[in-house]
Write a protein that binds this ligand. Structure first.
Ligand SMILES: Nc1ncnc2c1ncn2[C@@H]1O[C@H](COP(=O)(O)OP(=O)(O)OP(=O)(O)O)[C@@H](O)[C@H]1O
Ligand SMILES: [Mg+2]
Length: 312
């Protein structure tokens, strides 16, 4: 390579520019710009109805946008959505497993769709059963699976075609902590092998653990887009003191001067966001008030940016 050549920038694996979707005259996705790089895990966070699923459906070519430009795996969407979909995997928000088939038959049907035959098909299905820890349930009907098993099977099904990108809409909603950890383990394995992921989630811990970058969406707009750590650094004070119960609330009400913190309060719970915790913790200890001191996290950023009332 000529040393004077600029370093090559990898083409994004998915990109949306000025994406708009309206339903019945109501704008539900409002000029969204997103760029997802190869191999990264990109998260979409947002309250219910923020437009996450609609955005994913447009990326997948399942819903046409009203405005904007989209490309996925180098293909213009929706024009070449079919070609793009052959190279990606989809885990929809609600499971669409075939209840008339067993675990293995569900995978076989997908393998057939992607043209896998004979030994190659058998091998791929066995590999995926192992990946999803479902070997012992291979002949079970779908109705006999737990929620976590169904989600793992849906993920395994999405991987039949060895996709370069997997799009997951709330992969762990409704699962218990063990089942959630199991899915995270599977997703980390995919990331390690270079597969890019786009996922939506309501679990801030999930986003913080898995995502390299994420976009917070509210009312169809991107309100922030960055790595979880940068979002926390940029948008929120580093220390949080949590107070709860009537004694702590009475102490708060009795504070006459300006608190050296931003206060968010709901009923008997108060969160104090501050640059320096020491003056507050000293005052609380002197007054004998119990508190929890923790670092700010993504949930704090989410609550602030998606419109929780905060009193300065
Ligand atoms: N086919 C449709 N027809 C009319 N309105 C729709 C349609 N699909 C979605 N909407 C509306 O668009 C908005 C965004 O919905 P969307 O499903 O994208 O939200 P979401 O962020 O995925 O929410 P959730 O977290 O609840 O899954 C909602 O107000 C929803 O009611
Ligand atoms: Mg949704």
């Amino acid at each position: 390579m000529d040393p004077l050549d600029p370093p090559s920038i990898p083409a994004p694996i998915a990109q949306a520019q000025g994406l708009v979707k309206r339903y019945d005259g109501r704008t539900v996705v409002d000029h969204i710009d997103l760029t997802v790089q190869p191999g990264e895990c990109f998260g979409l966070l947002g309250p219910n109805g923020a437009g996450k699923t609609t955005t994913l459906r447009m990326l997948l070519g399942l819903t046409p946008p009203d405005e904007g430009a989209l490309s996925v795996l180098g293909e213009p969407i929706p024009e070449r959505a079919r070609e793009a979909r052959r190279r990606l995997g989809i885990v929809p928000q609600f499971d669409t497993l075939d209840p008339d088939f067993t675990v293995r038959e569900n995978l076989h049907t997908y393998a057939d769709y992607f043209g896998l035959k004979g030994r190659a098909r058998r091998q791929r299905v066995e590999d995926l059963l192992r990946f999803a820890s479902l070997e012992s349930r291979r002949d079970a009907p779908i109705s006999a699976l737990s929620g976590g098993m169904k989600r793992r099977l849906t993920l395994a099904r999405a991987l039949i075609n060895q996709p370069e990108l997997v799009v997951l809409d709330e992969p762990t909603t409704g699962l218990d902590p063990q089942a959630r950890h199991h899915i995270w383990q599977c997703l980390r394995g995919l990331l390690k092998s270079g597969t890019a992921l786009i996922l939506t989630t309501h679990y801030m811990e999930e986003a913080e653990r898995l995502c390299d970058r994420l976009a917070i969406i509210d009312r169809g707009r991107v309100v922030a887009q960055d790595s979880p750590q940068s979002l926390i650094r940029t948008h929120i004070e580093p220390h949080v003191l949590e107070l709860d119960g009537p004694t702590a609330m009475a102490w708060l009400d009795a504070q006459t001067g300006d608190l050296p913190a931003r206060l968010w309060r709901m009923g008997d719970l108060a969160l104090l966001y501050t640059l320096q915790a020491a003056p507050l913790t000293a005052a609380l200890e002197q007054a004998g008030i119990r508190y929890l001191h923790r670092p700010a996290n993504l949930e704090d950023v989410f609550m602030k940016l998606t419109g929780h009332e905060l009193r300065d």
